[in-house]
Design a protein around this ligand. Structure first.
Ligand SMILES: NC(=O)c1ccc[n+]([C@@H]2O[C@H](COP(=O)([O-])OP(=O)(O)OC[C@H]3O[C@@H](n4cnc5c(N)ncnc54)[C@H](OP(=O)(O)O)[C@@H]3O)[C@@H](O)[C@H]2O)c1
Length: 346
């Protein structure tokens, strides 16, 4: 049994780009010596490396619903950052938090990961949408139908908060960029790369020419990996230290953005860089065919060609102050390309 001033944290996705960066940030929290952190990880060979920095591990996945429930039932704070589209896993975590509340009357905390993909339209790159969602404008967010990406899970999480057995906080990362450079990366247990921009680069490399989705007119918000990690830790600090002053449940949506980019400008920048290193036939991006979108992007293509226009205000109200803007996104492309190319040639 831990002393009562200890905070028991259970985390999923700790070997991932987001989760590993968040866990590394938690390890440098001034209160770290009062944390007892447990990570659910899929690869047993990484367990000793986690143990070497004081993290407990349980081997399993989001499919091990009983394990998720059991671990959540023993945590003061759950941070969910693995495969965020898994409704059953979210329900299993909520089930464990509910069980804990029923047994102890405590109200644990869930910091769940969603994404600004919830705002996506069907632009396929072909138009710019006017609609911008602020995370403070709850009525506008509540107009989003359940059919929007990840929305059903967000609603499940909010409903749990409304039942009163858990305080829920949902982080909505936008396009995260930048190569992760963390303690967990240095241990060799964490993925360093994001999803959307590496996918665009890899598609350009594979077809020998940078490409663009549709007319390139759609807009997305973006956030540097270190800044999304500080959004999680800002919410963590606020939720644990001032639960009554910190929005949760339907008032607990925290968008992660610090500047928009257009699909067209991003694609042109990638195409130009690929051309400069001799991996693109032309410095101008050419339009991906439907076959190429299927082949290189799968379901992510629809998302990447959509408009997702978000204004992150709630996190800033509790002290979140992202350090990087969209210029950093463009500056991140060259090192990202160089690392992807180097990996492909080794
Ligand atoms: N990167 C972005 O820009 C962004 C933005 C918004 C939302 N998201 C979403 O946030 C989640 C994490 O993103 P990420 O960029 O950190 O991805 P990532 O680097 O691929 O990390 C995914 C993490 O989840 C774990 N995982 C995947 N499937 C699992 C399963 N079935 N059971 C247990 N663990 C599982 C992975 O474990 P292994 O190491 O064993 O594979 C890894 O720890 C994803 O669902 C992603 O779609 C990402």
């Amino acid at each position: 049994m831990l002393p009562s001033e200890y905070t028991r944290i259970f985390m999923t996705g700790a070997t991932g780009y987001i989760g590993g960066t968040v866990m590394s940030a938690l390890l440098s929290n001034p209160k770290n010596d009062t944390f007892e952190i447990t990570a659910l990880i899929r690869s047993a060979e990484k367990a000793p490396l986690f143990h070497s920095i004081g993290i407990k591990t349980v081997i399993g996945s989001n499919s091990d619903l009983d394990t998720l429930t059991s671990l959540a039932s023993e945590a003061d704070v759950v941070i969910a950052a693995a495969d965020v589209g898994d409704l059953n896993a979210a329900k299993a975590i909520l089930g464990g938090l509910k069980k804990q509340h029923e047994q102890t009357k405590k109200v644990p905390i869930l910091i769940h990961t969603s994404g600004t993909g919830v705002l996506a339209d069907l632009a396929d790159g072909n138009f710019t949408a006017d609609k911008i969602y602020s995370d403070l404008d709850i009525p506008k967010i509540e107009t989003l139908p359940k059919s929007q990406p990840l929305r059903e899970i967000d609603l499940e999480v909010v409903a749990a908060d409304e039942e009163g057995y858990v305080r829920t906080y949902i982080i909505f990362p936008s396009t995260i960029y930048g190569i992760a450079n963390t303690l967990l990366v240095s241990l060799g247990v964490q993925n360093r790369h994001s999803i959307q921009i590496p996918r665009l680069i890899k598609a350009g490399l594979a077809r020998g020419q940078g490409g663009v989705i549709g007319k390139g007119l759609s807009l997305w918000p973006s956030i540097h990996i270190d800044d999304i990690a500080t959004l999680y830790t800002t919410v963590f600090d606020a939720a644990t230290e001032g639960p009554d002053e910190t929005g949760h449940g339907r008032e607990g949506f925290y968008f992660g953005e610090n500047g928009e980019y257009s699909m067209g400008e991003l694609s042109q920048a990638v195409a130009k860089l690929l051309f400069e290193i001799g991996r693109g036939k032309n410095p101008e991006a050419t339009v991906f065919t439907d076959e190429e979108l299927d082949k290189y992007f799968g379901i992510i293509g629809r998302l990447m060609g959509s408009n997702s226009r978000a204004c992150a205000e709630r996190g800033r109200l509790i002290g979140w102050n992202p350090a990087h803007n969209v210029n950093s996104l463009y500056a991140s492309l060259k090192p990202e390309i160089e690392e992807i190319v180097a990996k492909q040639t080794t």
